[in-house]
Design a protein around this ligand. Structure first.
Ligand SMILES: [Ca+2]
Length: 359
């Protein structure tokens, strides 16, 4: 099953050095030096699933060059504080002597067209991380939020490392839309863009038809999907539905949160609100953003993906922020397309999460 991946790596000569990671979740998955040294920016509203995704990126890559905050699961200010704590937990878990070089920047505080930020989902708790201040896990390493604004930092970094940065957006897309409006080559100068957002079958988790990240700033979602797909770079969208289908039972959650490590204890601590809300209703434990991060870091675990033209509805009484997808190419056959990830190899994804939490 995994041989084609290895063959592909060798045949395409992506890198001359193949590294087999210690404690790898799967002995047949090889990571190249280029995988580990790739430059990544994570734009995030710093909730529970964002936290696990970022810990995974920090563990698997040596060059997560920036974490940028945006409103969503909490305020942009609080999200920036949370991102610092997540970096601190990574450094403490790795028993580093000094904190890693990943910088944290604060970004947009409200959507482009609204003057207040949308309501947050209560499952992320009062501060986005279940109400936990995380200090017991991260007190040795707590980086400060940089003075530069997230949008300015993103533009600067993208200009500095033209064509080298994988940008992954795990919250409302406001920072990215602002960056594009300020610097029209912003998307063209990326290596790739990954987005957790939207609903591919209109199964809304916020409105009847819209997913939370897109519903929080539909105009920004429209700008980003349209401009990024037209830029020619790969634009990979992980919608809500496969993330929900890939949720796990609470007994599985119990296993992941009693592994005796800092990361495992941290997940238990920050999941308090989601556990309170969902466990008694027998709803599954879901980490949506992790699947977008997996699409970036472990694309071999994406089971089903398709190229489609996607647009975002920004008006209407019922359909604002809905993803409008031209499934059969009948209406926009010549328009730019995104890569839509529709299904994952779920058990492998959760094995990766368990390996992360065990370390
Ligand atoms: Ca998020």
């Amino acid at each position: 099953m995994f041989l084609p991946r290895l063959v592909r790596i060798v045949v395409t000569h992506r890198c001359t050095i193949l590294c087999r990671r210690k404690n790898s979740h799967n002995p047949y998955i090889f990571r190249t030096m280029s995988d580990m040294e790739r430059k990544i920016i994570v734009d995030s509203d710093a909730g529970i699933d964002d936290a696990v995704s970022i810990l995974l990126a920090l563990k698997e890559c040596n060059n997560v060059i920036a974490l940028t905050s945006v409103f969503g699961n909490t305020s942009s200010e609080q999200a920036a504080v949370n991102l610092c704590r997540i970096v601190g937990i990574h450094c403490a878990s790795e028993e580093m002597k000094t904190c890693c070089t990943t910088k944290v920047y604060q970004g947009a505080v409200h959507p482009i067209m609204e003057l207040s930020r949308p309501k947050s989902w209560e499952g992320h708790g009062p501060n986005g991380l279940g109400g936990s201040n995380c200090e017991e896990f991260a007190k040795r390493f707590l980086p400060s939020v940089e003075e530069d604004h997230a949008v300015n930092a993103m533009i600067r970094l993208v200009k500095t490392f033209r064509g080298e940065i994988d940008l992954i957006a795990l919250g409302p897309l406001t920072n990215l839309a602002l960056a594009f409006n300020l610097y029209p080559d912003f998307f063209k100068d990326l290596k790739s863009l990954y987005i957790m957002g939207g609903a591919d079958s209109a199964k809304g988790n916020w409105s009847a038809v819209a997913e939370y990240n897109f519903a929080s700033d539909p105009e920004s979602a429209k700008i980003v999907i349209s401009a990024a797909s037209a830029s020619g770079i790969p634009v990979v969208v992980v919608p809500w539905e496969p993330c929900e289908r890939s949720g796990i039972s609470w007994s599985h959650f119990d296993k992941l949160t009693t592994l005796g490590t800092k990361r495992s204890q941290f997940l238990k601590s920050i999941s308090f609100s989601q556990e309170t809300l969902f466990r008694s209703k027998a709803r599954k434990f879901i980490l949506a953003d992790v699947f977008a991060m997996m699409a970036l870091l472990f694309p071999e675990y994406v089971k089903d993906k398709v190229q489609v033209h996607m647009n975002i509805e920004t008006s209407g009484d019922y359909c604002r922020a809905m993803c409008v997808i031209d499934w059969y190419g009948l209406n926009f056959p010549d328009k730019p397309k995104v890569i839509l990830c529709r299904e994952f190899m779920t058990s492998f994804v959760w094995d990766v999460v368990e390996t992360l939490l065990k370390s």
